[in-house]
Design a protein around this ligand. Structure first.
Ligand code: SPV
Ligand code: MG
Length: 554
């Protein structure tokens, strides 16, 4: 709904509406959050936020820009303080066109001479001749496009020390010239002047008051006096200035922020005001990334069977939750994936599943993880997967460039393999070894984009016959994954209750067992060779190495 219509509807209510001053989007947002009916784009607040006097130092454009910022941040209407109209009637015509076009519900202009000075500053409160101000009101009203746009005339007679009679006469002339409401301003410390004005005014038009100096009226009095709008013009910025001043003083005194941390707004509070939640939701719909078709499955269901040294670090923790230099292994990998625009990350859990957590992951719980093994856990994720599938062991920490290069591969199934296992001293657990069609690519360049199909993948290959170790990362094309599932189902039927590849039963099969079955059936499984940039955290030595490597792994 048009904001001028909104404001007019608010004024039709049987009670006064309450406005708070604002000077920018954030202060406007806080006004809306706290339930104010509308916002006053305060000339004083805007000037104060520039640290200049409220004395027409800023131009119309600067005020308009802030009014727009305020209006854009909120759904409630804005009444813009336009001082004396930033000049004569020509300037008023211009401002009405600009403010109305910007969606501001109403403008308020005051009958002082340009340049004005804030009403609470003694001296130089010069009034414009009545005729001149009547001309401004007429100029404003005849240049608005929609009938709903409102022009409020502000009477400064009482501020300038003129008589009550003059205040009434001026207000009357302005209403006759077309003003939609009268703002009657007073700097007295009691309510006498305003009460008297209202009595004499006899509800000839709606009244607006700014009770900065005098005490508040009761709801009942407001109604009886014909006051429809109450503006607390500058309390927001005054609260903010004091709080900011005090906090900064403490930080400087202590040369530390620690003492004030609990008394200032949290970052989450700020993010909310900034609309971060909405942005995130919109990103999900609109922010297309090159790799959004990739679904990741991180296998983290099994109970670890690690060396004693590492087990000490893992008491009551599944391996993916191992803390390496202040961040869990899982969180690190999730962040690497996120940085590539991959957000669909499924983590298959089982052992201590309630301890597994990272931002943005979707957990799949394999309650029977102890009866099965890796292949079984992987297949728990099958029903969620619709795109390319990135398969990943949970206890491997990998470099972003490995994933980046793997995602460039177009083969149906690609395994990431490394020939350096032969030199490795950290061994001490069963490796998924790989024999390929060609011997290892004699090159120091990693990610060689050469096809080199797998001949065999198994834990049973003799070290000296193996070309590579499978590092626990594999990419399936859409078709590749469909084929995998298809062959898995066929093998499940065929091998139920029988041994399968290296496994004692189909249920206990590893990922490598299933791949080997496919290769035996003639399926083409490719490799991508790497020589660094990953580490499997299996031993305490691995763990220490991983901590050291973090500086180089991004
Ligand atoms: C403003 O907020 O800029 C006003 C109200 O004009 S007052 O400062 O009370 O005059
Ligand atoms: Mg002002």
């Amino acid at each position: 709904m048009n904001k001028s219509v909104q404001l007019r509807n608010l004024l039709k209510q049987n009670k006064a509406i309450l406005l708070i001053g604002a000077h920018d989007g954030l202060s406007a947002k806080l006004a809306e959050k706290n339930g104010f009916d509308a916002v006053w784009a305060s000339g004083f607040e805007i000037a104060a936020s520039f640290a200049v006097p409220d004395a027409n130092i800023l131009t119309m454009s600067q005020n308009l820009e802030r009014a727009c910022e305020i209006n854009d941040a909120i759904d409630i209407p804005v009444i813009a303080d336009c001082d004396t109209g930033f000049g004569n009637s020509n300037n008023v015509i211009h401002l009405v066109k600009k403010y109305e076009a910007a969606g501001i519900a109403a403008v308020c202009i005051e009958d002082k001479k340009f340049p004005k000075v804030n009403s609470f500053i003694d001296g130089r409160q010069e009034l414009a001749p009545v005729a001149e101000f009547v001309g401004k009101i007429m100029a404003a009203k005849s240049n608005q496009v929609s009938d709903d746009f409102m022009v409020i005339a502000r009477v400064e007679a009482l501020i300038a020390g003129r008589s009550m009679n003059e205040a009434i006469e001026r207000a009357d002339a302005y209403v006759k010239a077309g003003a939609d409401a009268i703002l009657i301003h007073s700097k007295e410390r009691d309510q006498g002047e305003i009460v008297e004005f209202c009595k004499l005014w006899k509800k000839r038009s709606p009244l607006v008051i700014v009770p900065t100096k005098y005490p508040d009226f009761s709801e009942k009095d407001l109604k009886q006096m014909g006051i429809k709008v109450v503006i607390y013009a500058n309390h927001g910025i005054r609260a903010a200035a004091k709080a900011m001043d005090e906090a900064l003083a403490v930080i400087m005194r202590d040369r530390s922020k620690d003492k004030i941390e609990n008394s200032i707004a949290t970052m989450d509070f700020m993010f909310q005001l900034q609309g971060m939640d909405k942005m995130k939701q919109e990103e999900k719909v609109y922010l297309k990334t090159e790799h959004e078709d990739v679904d990741v499955v991180i296998l983290a269901a099994g109970k670890p069977n690690y060396q004693k040294g590492l087990m000490k670090l893992l008491v009551d923790l599944p391996p993916v939750m191992l803390d390496i230099n202040g961040k869990t292994l899982l969180q690190r990998n999730v962040e690497v994936l996120n940085s590539l625009g991959i957000n669909n990350i499924y983590v298959v859990t089982g052992y201590l599943e309630d301890r597994v957590d990272a931002k943005g992951i979707k957990k799949i719980i394999n309650r029977h993880f102890e009866q099965g093994y890796i292949l079984d856990s992987f297949m728990q994720a099958e029903r969620f997967l619709s795109g390319r599938v990135l398969f990943c062991y949970g206890d491997v920490m990998f470099d972003k460039s490995i994933i980046e290069n793997l995602l460039k591969r177009n083969e149906e199934i690609t395994l990431v393999v490394d020939p350096s296992f032969k030199k490795s001293t950290t061994g001490a657990h069963t490796l998924d070894l790989v024999r390929t069609k060609q011997a290892t690519v004699v090159s120091t360049r990693s990610f060689e984009k050469k096809s080199n199909p797998v001949v065999e993948i198994s834990t049973k290959i003799a070290m000296e016959k193996a070309d590579y170790e499978f590092i626990g990362l594999a990419l399936f094309s859409k078709t590749g994954f469909k084929d995998f599932v298809h062959q898995y189902q066929a093998a499940k039927l065929k091998y139920e209750n029988k041994s399968f590849q290296t496994a004692e039963s189909f249920k206990k099969a590893s990922f490598a067992d299933m791949l080997n079955e496919m290769i035996n059936n003639g399926y083409y499984v490719d490799t991508m060779e790497v020589r660094s940039g990953w580490i499997e955290v299996h031993t305490f030595e691995n763990y220490k190495l991983a901590s050291q490597m973090l500086e180089t792994i991004k």
